[in-house]
Design a binder for this molecule. Structure first.
Ligand code: G6P
Length: 610
């Protein structure tokens, strides 16, 4: 969702620091942007609809020196993405500025009451009530007290930063449900919604917890709860490098991240495979073998691409460990009073570790007594911290809004989980060793598929102007079909549906004609013979077939309009390979159609509102 950044320090470069930070945060939201700085003891605010570039242009001739300021990039919830509704918002006096990521649920009641006290509202946002509340409670240059009193009457989620020209070296931040990280520099501090915005300045960070706030001046910082109780903070060191959050010569972050996959998958497996015994070890689970053996049911809660990864995990774990698995949309799970028993393990899968529905689903499960874990990418994220145990996928920062490398790392980790649980139950050590051998080949096999990028681009050129696509797969490749279709929808705005191949005849077959490309994932696995029938059904109706199959499969080459070969692997590991060409197809079609690949319209990387 929205990105927030704040700076206080002695560098006198506040404007530059905020704009750089906003560019790095732009993937969180990009419909409007703004900043506020304190200059000569007065508040300067500039904002605009559109992207950061537009804000930067507007500020070209403006003196942005100073030592205190806040900046925001928005993903609109309340009120359209106009310049007026862009953050920062200011109070009636024009002395206080505030930025917000989240939703004030009781804003209507608060607004009515503030208006009757004489406050003048100028925007359609929920956020504006926050700055008027701070104004109402602001006395004697105690901004933090005003923020505490304001938050006391607020219901909803927030990551906020507030400044006042009456206290030109004080930055106040608070969080509840929306991430806030404090970066510690030398005589300077940075506060942001994620570390990518501050990484070029510092790696020493503190992650605020819900209901906590921070008060920062160039010399000092202190953390407390929003009720003014003192809290201990832990300073952590971020192990990401700056080049991980830069494009590194690629045209788009998405393409860079697709090409990183051989390495990110290696990272997901590193130190976790014990070849000699044919087992995997996942250190962060913090459960004894006995406790793990007693798990009788696993429930995955997730959203979006992570939900597709969970579906693949279901195939993997049920097949290899014979433990029943359910996959739930977190947004549904949290509200439907799910059945959780003592021996149920609930795993929240989330790249960002901040998706509000997934977090709430995990909290709901914990309330009901479930053992909970997170499978996250972002270290220190809320789900990772709240679950207190789980597995990091170690994919490094994912900036492209359409998830790619996180997906393959998630399913790699899920395959390790299937192996680990399988070996605790019925799987033999020789099968375990065979799986490890196959897993170790995956990075090289992905590199081989990536080597076909030009070929895949040519196929994409031939079908980029169709307006509907169907994606079909069977078994664990059915969720791959869903994910391939989602990638295309997200970044090309082309309608695409994923279906289990055999279900096609119960509906989607009616859509097939010569204008319908059908992407069929049909490696030589145990579903292969069955899917051949489905391919014939498409062909008989003149659908254009793009087949993803195993190397050397000439049979399919003769049936399909286009074939992309992938190396052979074990049946249950095919999804890690078969998704790669689909990511590239979506990427190339989006570029060919002139779409903004890294910042697709209406989407946000990390969805921290319901
Ligand atoms: C958003 C993103 C998707 C992502 C989903 C879940 O919709 O655009 O790419 O899959 O959120 O995010 P998470 O961080 O929980 O995996």
């Amino acid at each position: 969702m929205c990105g927030i950044i704040g700076y206080v320090g002695k560098s006198n470069r506040v404007g530059e620091i905020l704009l750089e930070g906003l560019k790095r945060l732009e993937y969180r939201g990009y419909d409007s942007a703004g900043l506020a700085i304190i200059r000569d003891n007065s508040l300067f605010v500039e904002k605009t609809s559109g992207k950061i570039e537009k804000l930067e242009k507007k500020l070209e001739k403006v003196d942005l020196s100073g030592s205190l300021g806040i900046g925001h990039t928005r993903w609109a919830t309340h009120g359209p993405p106009t310049t007026k509704n862009a953050h920062p918002h200011t109070d009636c006096s024009g002395k206080i500025a505030l930025i917000h990521n989240g939703i004030v649920e009781n804003y209507q009641t608060l607004k009515t009451s503030l208006e009757s006290d004489g406050h003048k509202f100028v925007t359609e946002t929920d956020t504006e009530v926050l700055v008027h509340l701070v104004e109402k409670f602001y006395h004697d240059n105690k901004l933090e007290e005003a923020v505490q009193k304001a938050l006391d009457v607020v219901e909803g989620t927030y990551g906020i930063l507030v400044i006042s020209s009456s206290e030109p070296d004080k930055l106040v931040g608070a969080r509840n449900g929306s991430p806030v990280v404090v970066g510690i520099g030398e005589n300077e501090y940075f506060i942001a919604s994620d570390v990518s915005a501050i990484l070029e300045h510092t790696r020493q960070v503190i992650y605020l917890k819900d209901q906590q706030m921070v008060v920062v001046t160039p010399e000092h910082f202190s953390t407390m709860t929003v009720k003014n109780e003192s809290v201990e903070h832990v300073v952590e060191t971020v192990d990401w490098d700056l080049d991980m959050i830069e494009k590194g010569g690629f045209d788009h972050f998405m393409l860079k991240e697709i090409f990183e996959q051989p390495e990110t998958i290696r990272n997901a497996m590193r130190g976790r495979l014990l070849e000699e015994y044919g087992i995997s070890k996942l250190g962060g689970l913090n459960m004894s073998e006995q406790e793990l053996r007693e798990v009788k049911r696993i429930v995955f809660v997730a959203c979006g691409t992570s939900w597709h990864a969970a579906l693949i995990g279901e195939y993997m774990i049920e097949e290899k460990a014979r433990i029943p698995v359910e996959v739930e949309y977190a947004s549904e799970f949290r509200y439907r009073n799910p059945i959780i028993e003592d021996d149920t393990l609930v795993m929240a899968i989330s790249q960002s570790g901040e998706t509000v529905d997934t977090l709430a689903g995990m909290r709901e499960a914990r309330e009901k007594g479930a053992q909970c874990m997170g499978i996250c990418n972002v270290v220190g994220s809320t789900i990772a911290r709240e679950s207190g145990r789980g597995v990091y996928i170690h994919a490094g920062p994912e900036i492209g809004v359409a998830s790619t490398k996180a997906f393959t790392s998630q399913i790699t980790v899920l395959s390790l989980l299937a192996l680990m649980l399988g070996r605790m139950h019925t799987m033999s050590s020789s099968e375990g060793r065979q799986i490890i051998k196959a897993l170790e080949e995956i990075p090289e096999q992905i590199s081989k598929i990536l080597g076909k990028n030009e070929e895949i681009k040519k196929i994409s050129e031939k079908c980029c102007y169709y307006n509907n696509f169907l994606y079909l797969g069977r078994g664990a490749n059915y969720p791959v079909a869903l994910e391939g279709a989602l990638k295309l929808k997200e970044i090309s705005y082309v309608h695409a549906e994923g279906y289990p191949a055999a279900e096609m005849k119960h509906g989607p077959i009616a859509l097939i004609d010569e204008n319908m490309p059908v992407v069929i994932i049909c490696p030589r696995d145990n579903a292969y013979q069955k899917i051949l029938g489905n391919i014939n059904e498409v062909k008989a109706r003149k659908g254009k077939i793009i087949a993803i199959t195993s190397e050397g499969n000439e049979e399919i080459a003769n049936m399909a309009d286009h074939v992309i070969f992938i190396p052979e692997t074990l049946d249950f590991l095919y999804p890690i390979l078969s998704i790669i060409p689909l990511q590239l197809i979506a990427y190339h079609i989006a570029v060919l159609r002139g779409c903004h690949v890294d910042q697709p319209r209406n989407l946000a990387k990390s969805v921290t509102v319901e």
